[in-house]
Design a protein. Sequence first.
Length: 111
Amino acid sequence: MDIAYQLGEVAVSDVHERLSDPPSYSAVRALMGTLVEKGHLSHRPVGRRYVYAPRVAADDASASALKRLVQTFFGGSPARAALALVEDAALAPDELAVIEAAITRAKAEGR
């Protein structure tokens, strides 16, 4: 999906060429077919091949994936997920400042 978001429209060969340790070409083609079935990609024929494009904006896809991750691994608790990230990650001081500012804003807004 990252490659499709970067390029806008891609063929299977575009994705296969840009993967650092790619599986077989047919595995990439099968995965892209699955992404079409799940509604993440659309496709259209161009000559003898298909061209694929994201159907959902990257920000929307990220938010949806994060919600599923929090639900699956943190019992639906955003606080538990945030704590895991803060405790386990080597955050730079500027990253911590961004998190602190977001918490301060959320408190001021009564969230």
